[in-house]
Design a binder for this molecule. Structure first.
Ligand code: DGL
Length: 281
């Protein structure tokens, strides 16, 4: 990457990346809390879902997305995708940033979610609903155990949930079937669960169905609020980075798929018209 903007002189938007539409649930909360900044959202819709891919593929796709956001001027990128955070974040932070530009930063969504969720459970039994990639990585279990070793963590992969969202089926009878199946499944594995983490940023887009099939007394925890708070906190602790993020309240959207389709869906999710550009990674 020889064309990165000068990090010292050129301010840039905050980059928010997801495999598809899911990161919009994070972006919405971030913009509510930090409306003063500019943002660029990138959805790799052409290659979503990531959840069933191998480590190598998820890492390569995520790195390409981070490089694209850097070349659009971002100094700070949020991986608003648990699968990418679980599989690619550590290597990008520890290996790639040194090569690309050590002054830029990439942050994930798992750590802020875990920090919040450990305080929410009374039964000390947490369930994590996520993609196969995130569940198989054991990232949530390892992070929760580091924070609170007494908590029992049960994971459940929900491989059909992201395709339902990406294909506009989040309100269909198919969504009822697959959402019920996985919620029943995780509560059968551990009936003491009182806190269900939505460990995939797409899942809040299925919230109507999730609420419908979750028994009262089990708290459903989407991550947006906690990721937004963690970002606000990060920018307060790193005024040099806050200074390098441009402030104009604007948001631009990039997708690797058809921009019209992205426009229609994102306008629906964000409750406001969005400006979209198609890019190749
Ligand atoms: N929103 C992504 C996540 O949080 C979905 C990954 C996928 O594309 O399967 O994991």
């Amino acid at each position: 990457m020889s064309t990165l903007p000068d990090p010292i002189t050129a301010k840039g938007p905050i980059g928010v990346f997801d495999s598809g539409y899911g990161g919009l649930t994070i972006l919405r909360q971030i913009r509510q809390l930090l409306p003063q900044y500019d943002y660029i959202y990138l959805g790799d819709n052409a290659r979503a879902p990531y959840g069933g891919h191998s480590f190598e593929v998820i890492y390569r796709y995520t790195l390409e997305a981070v490089e694209a956001l850097f070349s659009h001027g971002c100094h700070l990128v949020i991986l608003a995708c648990n699968t990418a955070s679980a599989k690619a974040l550590k290597t990008i932070q520890e290996v790639d940033l040194a090569r690309l530009d050590p002054s830029r930063r990439v942050l994930g969504v798992i750590r802020p979610t875990v920090e919040a969720v450990c305080h929410l459970t009374l039964s000390r039994h947490i369930g994590v609903l996520a993609t196969a990639g995130t569940i198989n990585s054991e990232s949530y279990t390892l992070e929760i155990k580091k924070t609170a070793p007494d908590i029992t963590v049960t994971g459940q992969a929900c491989p059909m949930w992201v395709p339902l969202v990406e294909n506009d089926e989040f309100d269909s009878p198919g969504a009822d079937y697959f959402v019920k199946k996985r919620i029943d499944g995780i509560l059968r594995l551990d009936p003491a669960i009182d806190t269900l983490v939505l460990g995939c940023t797409h899942y809040p887009l299925l919230m109507n169905k999730i609420v419908k099939y979750t028994p009262p007394g089990v708290r459903i925890v989407p991550q947006g609020e906690y990721v937004a708070a963690a970002l606000g906190n990060y920018l307060e602790r790193h005024p040099d980075m806050a200074e390098r993020c441009s402030k104009g309240g604007k948001c631009h959207y990039l997708t690797t798929e058809n921009p019209q389709k992205f426009h229609d869906n994102a306008t629906l999710f964000m409750h406001q018209p969005v400006e979209v550009e198609q890019i190749e990674l």
